[in-house]
Design a protein around this ligand. Structure first.
Ligand code: ADP
Ligand code: MG
Length: 232
């Protein structure tokens, strides 16, 4: 059975029709990228999969049931990072793990350090730049235990070097824990490099116009990306 099914989703804001019957499904453990022009409705669709907005018609199903019946199964990282302003950076990362009751503070601190955020563990979100907040919410997301991870352009504000590091973590987390990942990006190369399958949306009002498998072996990708020589 499909893990996630997007079934004929339509969404309008007043007379502005944004999604015009979007259909696709993903398998458990698959890494799927969603590409589409700016303004086509990718973030709008993600908010519905993340359960914080409802479609005008159609439904989002997780393991055959409406997503509304699966609270807490989806880790959703919005395009604009939303961190808890009154919690420290380290606490913000650990918040994602509270669901499982199993906090790995050491791992969180290590990842913050590798992401260029050492010394900011006890700082508050307003003290960080946009790119730093993006890294914090990405780390929170990959350390959280949910089976479905939604990442909306998580690397858009990062320099090439940091982005490569984050891609490496993402692939390593994904291969270790068999999560399902849905990833929005503008970057076609990034989509091809990271994913098993790419789904392309049209201009608004959006429909799926193309879907293709990436014909690279998953182990080979990880081998390249996870090798130290790739970076250093
Ligand atoms: P993308 O992420 O593909 O760049 P978005 O999903 O952010 O696109 O936006 C698609 C369209 O939906 C835009 O034209 C935007 O005006 C409209 N839209 C998104 N959210 C709202 C909202 N809350 N109210 C009104 N219009 C919205
Ligand atoms: Mg967007």
């Amino acid at each position: 059975m499909e893990h996630l099914e997007i079934r004929d989703i339509q969404k309008s804001f007043g007379s502005n029709r944004v999604l015009d019957g979007v259909n696709f499904s993903t398998e458990k453990g698959e890494f799927v990228s969603l590409l589409g022009p700016s303004g086509s409705g990718k973030s709008t669709l993600f908010r519905m999969i993340g359960g914080i907005s409802s479609p005008s018609s159609g439904d989002v199903l997780l393991e055959g049931n409406s997503i509304k019946n699966h609270p807490g199964s989806v880790s959703y990282t919005p395009q604009t990072p939303s961190l808890m302003p009154w919690r420290s950076i380290l606490d913000n990362v650990l918040l994602g793990q509270e669901i499982s009751g199993k906090k790995d503070e050491e791992m969180a601190a290590q990842m913050l350090e590798r992401a260029g955020l050492s010394g900011f563990e006890q700082a508050y979100p307003h003290e960080l730049s946009g790119g730093m907040k993006q890294r914090v919410s990405f780390i929170r997301s990959i350390l959280s235990p949910q089976p479905l991870i939604l990442l909306d352009e998580p690397f858009s504000a990062l320099d090439e070097f940091t982005r490569t590091d984050m891609q490496k973590w993402l692939l390593s987390m994904w291969s270790e824990h068999q999560r399902s990942i849905l990833f929005v990006t503008h970057n076609i190369e990034e989509a091809i490099f990271l994913s098993d399958r790419v789904i392309v949306l049209s201009q608004r009002p959006a429909k799926v116009i193309k879907e293709f498998e990436i014909p690279f072996e998953r182990p080979r990708k990880e081998e390249i990306l996870l090798s130290e020589e790739f970076l250093y």
